[in-house]
Design a protein around this ligand. Structure first.
Ligand SMILES: *Cc1c(COP(=O)(O)O)cnc(C)c1O
Length: 410
């Protein structure tokens, strides 16, 4: 991803040309970048029996799922619908880990019927699972080790007030249920939320998991979830996966030695694999000076990219129509009738009406969280792969807005 000749190209394809060809707003993903991140993680754990379970909820386009499938990953899904998408993309049921939260036992049974690997995160459902399946269907248990992931509490899921996982303080109760119903536990899982700063937090969680794992004689894997932090702006601290590979790898080997068996080590990265590979391209509708600031109004809003508003996430924004222009200060907003600020007081190349802006880190939780608010259509998605830009999702049409509506006589 480099800028030259006053344009940004991915694999030789200009992003400006993509905006022209497919229109805006449009999500664009770079297949090479996704594969580069995947290799990084694989290399960091090359001495281990590593399984990568891509978190589908980050970006669930079928072509992205196929790309990852063809490059050796499994997936982590949080709903039966995500599981169905993964099956459609070609994943084998056993490569799919089903990690739902607060779903009905009915949905768990559907997962069993599809042949997924089931990950249960509360004792009530586990009890029902045990009564129904005993040891005929293996399962994984999601634990909450109560360690705090760094950053924002909205994306931290390991703390005491969190709804995720079985608390490690409930271990005696958990063991009772497992023993009395004879459940075959083949994996233990923790996912403490996004944005863990460093290997140390993983290690603290891992230590807790290693201790508990000794109580389970039939394990095949330990799943450390995700929490990989990626760079959103210059100078951001990111997870050093090589450092993690060395430190966690060593601790894992020590654990396996004392456990008496070499287990698989699983991760469930979402953001890490796809965040930086995605740019969201929008058109500048209007440059509007007010007494307080200069607004750049673009043809999108939180209906298409909600992270800045929902998580106060910082997404770098660049003007790809005027990369070398003089710098000015702008506040970039959407065009929906709601406060939908993408960036405040951003220093960027002079913006003119009609310029294309690229909002970075839009690969993860961009399109997958998009809605039709304000009755706006959801954007197209384009994948740059093998030196070509390919449409992987058509822009919605007006008919999509009322497709399921039932007009009655009133
Ligand atoms: C969301 C989620 C992930 C992925 O988190 P990222 O921060 O995108 O890497 C992994 N595992 C589970 C269970 C999740 O819910």
């Amino acid at each position: 991803m480099k800028g030259n000749e006053n344009t940004i190209k991915w694999q030789g394809v200009s992003l400006k040309d993509i905006a022209k060809e497919f229109g805006t707003p449009v999500y664009v993903y770079d297949a090479d970048k996704i594969l580069e991140k995947l290799s990084e993680l694989k290399n960091a754990f090359s001495n281990h029996n590593l399984k990568i379970k891509y978190a589908v909820k980050a970006l669930s386009n079928l072509s992205i799922l196929k790309l990852l499938k063809n490059n050796g990953t499994g997936v982590d899904v949080v709903s039966i619908e995500e599981a169905q998408l993964a099956l459609k993309a070609g994943f084998e049921p056993e490569e799919i880990l089903f990690t739902p939260n607060c779903v009905s036992f009915d949905e768990i049974q559907q997962g069993v019927e599809l042949g997924l690997t089931i990950n249960i995160d509360n004792i009530s459902i586990l009890e029902q699972f045990g009564h129904k399946y005993h040891n005929t269907v293996p399962c994984c248990v999601r634990l909450n080790p109560h360690i705090m992931a760094g950053g924002n509490s909205k994306i931290s899921t390991g703390h005491i007030g969190s709804k995720f996982g079985v608390s490690i303080y409930q271990l005696p109760h958990l063991m009772r249920v497992i023993e009395t119903t004879n459940i075959d536990v083949i994996g233990l899982h923790m996912h403490t939320g996004s944005d863990i700063l460093d290997a140390e937090v993983f290690l603290r969680g891992a230590d807790i998991l290693f201790g508990i794992a000794q109580e389970f004689p039939n394990l095949k894997f330990l799943d450390f979830g995700s929490g990989f932090k990626v760079s959103y702006k210059e100078g951001d601290i990111i997870t050093n996966v090589y450092d993690l590979g060395v430190k966690l790898g060593k601790a894992f080997d020590d654990f396996c030695a004392s456990y008496g068996k070499n287990l698989e080590i699983w991760f469930e990265p979402g953001k890490y694999l796809v965040s930086e590979a995605g740019y969201f391209l929008v058109n500048t509708n209007v440059v509007k000076a007010t007494p307080a600031t200069v607004f750049v109004g673009v043809d999108s809003g939180f209906n298409h990219l909600i992270r800045p508003m929902m998580y106060d996430a910082y997404h770098e924004i660049i003007n790809i129509s005027n990369l070398d222009g003089i710098k000015r200060i702008y506040t970039i907003v959407g065009h929906i009738c709601e406060t939908d600020t993408f960036g405040i007081d951003r220093k960027m190349s002079e913006v003119r009406e009609g310029d294309i802006l690229a909002i970075k880190n839009a690969g993860a939780y961009g399109f997958s969280m998009a809605s039709n608010y304000n009755s706006r259509l959801r954007p197209a998605e384009v994948l740059v792969i093998n030196g070509e830009a390919k449409l992987i999702r058509e822009r919605e049409t007006f008919e999509d807005l009322y497709r399921n509506q039932v007009e009655i006589d009133v």
